[in-house]
Design a binder for this molecule. Sequence first.
Ligand SMILES: *Cc1c(COP(=O)(O)O)cnc(C)c1O
Length: 442
Amino acid sequence: MDRLLLEPEIVELLRTAPRIAVVDAVRESLAAARTRRAGPPESWAADVRDRLSERTRPSLRPVLNATGVVLHTNLGRAPLAPAALAAMAAVAAGYSNLELDLDTGTRGSRGDHCRAPLRAVTGAEDALAVNNAAGALLLALGALAAGRDVVISRGELIEIGGSFRIPDILARSGARLREVGTTNRTHLDDYSKALDPNVAAVLTVHRSNFEQRGFVATAEGGALAALCREAALPYLIDVGSGLLADLSPWGLRDEPRVVEALATGADLVLFSGDKLLGGPQAGCIVGRRAAVARCREHPVARAVRADKMTLAALEATLALYLEPEQAVRTVPVLRMLTLEPEELERRAVRLAAACPRSLDPKLEQGRSAVGGGSFPGADLPTTLVSLDAGALGPDGLALRLRLGEPPVVPRIGGGRLLLDPRTLPENSFPAVGAALAEALRE
Ligand SMILES: *Cc1c(COP(=O)(O)O)cnc(C)c1O
C-alpha cells in the first residue's frame, strides 16, 4: 500500500483527486488483485486510475441515444436548443432578476418571465409556467374545483406512465371525480346531463400514449366549450405534449396543437415543456385571465413553482417559436422529428463507416418513434445501422455499451444490435464507433 502510494503515476493522481479517494482506490485495487485468479493488474497505476474515475463519476451524466426514440422518458426527454442552454447558464452562473422588478426596484414575480412568450406563441390571454405538467394539472384542479366535482369521460381516465394517473391526480387536488360516458364512447349529451350544482369544471385529457379505434366517439371540443360557457363552468384541456409547431407537412398529425385546443374556447389548456415543445421540464398553463389568476394565487402554485434555470430555458425555447420555420430547424426535438429519409440514410452510411468492421455493419430500413407519449401511431421511416454482436450476443454488447463512457443506448431487433442515427448528434458518430471498439476489447 505505502509503496503504491509513492509510485510517480499514483502520486500524480493526488494532484487532481482527494487523498482519501486515491487511498480507497489503491486499497480496492489491492483487494481485487488478491482475489483475482490472474493476479496483480498489468499496471497498478492504470487500475487505480480506472477505479478512481469510477468513484468520482457523477450519477447523472450524458448518454448517447441510439434508440431512435426522440422523446425518451428514461433518457431525459427533450435535449435543449443552444439558445436555451446559453440562457440557463447565464442565469445559473450569477444572480438574476428572478423576483425583482428592475423598473421599480420592488419585488417582482417569477411567473412573469414566461408569461409574455407563452402568450405570444399561443395567443392566450394569460399564462403561468410551473415545474411540470402533472403539477400544472394538480394546481389547476385544486384552484378551480377543490371540494367539488370534475366531469371527465371514462375514456380519459388514463395512465401516462411513471405513476401518473388522472384519477389519482384529481383526487390529490381535492376535487371529486365525476365519470361520464363509457370507455369507448362519450357524447356531448353525457356531459350535459352531468352538469349539476356540484360540478366545478369539465376536464378532457389527450390520450397521449395510446389510440382507440373502431366503435369510438368523443364530444367535439368546441361544442363542449360552448356547453361549459352556457353553464358558466371552466373547461380544462390537458393536451400533454405541448405541440406548438405544425408538423403535418412531415406526416405528423393527430396530436392536438396548443393553439387548436385554445381555439375550441377552453378556459385553460395545460401541457408539458419537455415533450414536443422541446424545452426544459415544465408545466404550462395558458388560457383565460380569470382562470389563470386563480391558479397563480393558489397555495399549490408555490409548491410546484419552476426554478430560474427552467424559466430561462423555457423562455429561450419559446422565443424560437416566434419564427415557426426557424423552430423546426433550431428546436432539437423538432429537427430530429423532421429529418428527411435521405438525410437519415446519409447519416446511417457515415455511422456505419465509424463502426468496427468485425461487427458487420449493414444498413436496414426501420422506424423511429416519437416517444414521450406523443403521436402514438406516428410513422417515422429511418435507416438503421445493424450490427452482428457475435459471441457476445446483442444483449451482451448492449450491456457493455451502457457501461461504457459515454454510455450508448442501442436498440435490439432481429437478433442484431440496431443504431438509429435520428437521435444521435451528428458529431457523435466517432464516439459511437470508439464505444463499440472499446466494448469489444474487454
Ligand atoms: C405527459 C403528460 C402529462 C404529464 O406531463 P409531465 O410534464 O411529465 O408532468 C400530463 N398529461 C398528459 C396528457 C400527458 O401526456
